[in-house]
Design a protein around this ligand. Sequence first.
Ligand code: GLN
Length: 198
Amino acid sequence: MSGPRVGVLALQGDTREHLAALEEAGAEPMTVRRRSELDSVDALVLPGGESTAMSHLLADFELLEPLRARLAEGLPAYGACAGMILLASEIEDAGAQGRAALPLRGIDMTVRRNAFGRQVDSFEGDIPFAGLDDPVRAVFIRAPWVERTGEGVQVLARAADHIVAVRQGSVLATAFHPEVTGDRRVHQLFVDIVNGRR
Ligand code: GLN
């Protein structure tokens, strides 16, 4: 049996690591740059990168409203770092007017962009993650944190007292980058969600 077709938004950011991680987790990954590709996937990963640039590329490639619509219809999605910012319903410190990061509203939450980055550009640590037996090595790079979660949003992990991983229905987001560590449990969780197993 073949795995679910999981797209990785490939306008900007670290797509390659996500494609590899998804394949190892049993999905059939593919890059998504156009509308026809977005229409054909069962689920989508929004990678790390720069949320302001990605927002405007989404608009330029005429993917912004179609992606919002698919998320509203229940497309399973996983956003890491910049991807978490994009999946938010509200973004704090979204960036300069006209170039600001644009919320896709996949999860009812407020995310502060570059929140950890104001204190320290990047850091990593092992953090407990709900549903996983052992802690996850979390790599934060100019990372956001979650400042508000709406009803129905499950907090999966915290770092330094801030919320850094959440799930609402079949949409998952982490402020950190599991794709760079070789530990596939977060991608496996997402593929299991896509398959309706978790
Ligand atoms: N600071 C970036 C942003 O605002 C996110 C950084 C990352 O994805 N590693 O989008």
